[in-house]
Design a protein around this ligand. Structure first.
Ligand SMILES: [Zn+2]
Ligand SMILES: [Zn+2]
Length: 392
């Protein structure tokens, strides 16, 4: 097994400069979710040249599947993301996720091909639109991952983490309807929908004092009226609410709905609350995470204790397939989704770290394929974790 790991790392090193070029080109040409046509073609060309059987546009226009030669189980799935953010480009560093993911796939494939035993296979998935588009949720419902036994990806950040408590997320779109009137001549004839939105915003902010430290609510006013001399007859708010478990998210949703309804009552408006898309919290499989951690030993990782993070569509995958979603430090103190992080996502150091994360994933995959008792133990831990999460 150690020989196979070494072969995987050597294969990754041989492809490192192409991997870096592709990642840099994705970084230089940021594309929004579901519009990642250039990234899709760069990555499918890369994996095709490496000998993968590639299904372009795999159930979604900018998704792909790249399978290694054999179809023998276990099948290790590696996720690539490559979408960017509006205005600030690759401020989440998804070009590096694609780099690490392709590196891992290339490494495992080379190791498997050098072995005379048929150990299993590796599949690299291109999963578009993580930033608000829920690409993985759509691919999950399209049945894309039904033959995958475990799923892995690695995300860049300003420190190394094995786990960051990615939160379950729900979008709530709130519309208040009142009555327009001249704001100076006949204000008493109007029903002010903006007042309802302001009350809702203020009361959501007041609720924070009673929230658990791991809960998050954050919203914007998307419609606050048309002109100051018209009492606003319609207003709209968009909120994201987040909590570490689906159960806690349900509690937070009830509390938020009370606030939205009470603002309507106080102002005489009507209110409509529409649930938008959401995603689940990430269930990090502890057995798989331990294996990944061990394989990071020679790669200069310095894992920090877990803290609350954002949310990701990888959460939904983690309820369907045993998963890990570790983070690697790209050498900046900046937060993701900032201009500074965009700059940090294309440095020599960032590429080096993406390659290290790819090697760690490849070696972890090889361990799963070579140690027969590892997958059942991952599976047992997964079943317990999902059962606990669903009943909480
Ligand atoms: Zn992001
Ligand atoms: Zn991200």
């Amino acid at each position: 097994m150690e020989d196979l790991k070494r072969l995987a790392c050597e294969a990754i090193d041989r492809q490192a400069s192409r991997l870096r070029d592709v990642s840099s080109e994705i970084w230089m040409n940021p594309e929004l979710g579901f519009e990642e046509h250039r990234a899709h073609s760069l990555l499918t060309d890369l994996l095709g040249d490496a000998g993968f059987q590639v299904d372009k546009k795999f159930t979604l226009e900018t998704a792909f599947r790249a399978k290694s030669g054999t179809t023998k189980r276990p099948n290790v799935a590696i996720m690539c993301e490559y979408d960017a953010l509006p205005n600030i480009g690759h401020a989440c560093g998804h070009n590096l996720i694609a780099e690490a993911g392709c590196a891992a796939g290339i490494g495992v494939k080379a190791a498997l091909e050098s072995s005379d035993q048929s150990l299993g296979c590796v599949t690299v998935f291109g999963t578009p639109a993580e930033e608000g588009g829920n690409g993985k949720v759509k691919m999950l419902s399209n049945g894309c991952f039904k033959d995958a036994d475990i799923a892995m990806m690695a995300h860049p950040l300003n420190a190394d983490y094995l786990n960051r408590y990615s939160l379950a997320l729900l979008e709530l779109d709130v519309t208040y309807k009142g009555k327009a009137s001249h704001a100076a001549a006949f204000p008493w004839e109007g029903i002010n929908a903006l007042d309802a939105a302001v009350m809702a915003y203020t009361n959501m902010s007041m609720m924070r004092q009673q929230m658990k430290p791991t809960w998050r609510v954050h919203g914007i006013v998307t419609n606050g009226g048309i002109k100051p001399n018209i009492i606003p007859e319609e207003s709209q708010l968009q909120y994201y609410i987040r909590a570490p478990t689906e159960g806690e998210l349900k509690t937070l949703k009830c509390m938020s709905e009370k606030i939205f309804h009470s603002a309507a009552k106080a102002t005489g408006c009507s209110v409509e609350i529409v649930e938008g898309e959401g995603c689940s919290n990430v269930l990090v499989n502890s057995v798989l995470a331990d294996a990944y951690c061990k394989n990071c030993a020679s790669l200069k990782f310095d894992f920090k204790p877990p803290v609350a993070g954002g949310s990701t569509d990888m959460g939904n995958i983690s309820y369907a397939i045993p998963s890990i979603h570790p983070y690697f430090n790209v050498g900046t103190s900046a937060s993701i989704h900032s201009q500074e992080f965009t700059a940090a996502a294309n440095t020599d150091y960032a590429h080096e770290r993406a390659i290290s994360a790819g090697k760690a994933m490849a070696m972890t995959a090889i361990e799963i394929l070579c140690v027969p008792e590892l997958l059942p133990s991952i599976r047992t831990s997964f079943d317990t974790q999902v059962a606990t999460a669903i009943s909480s």
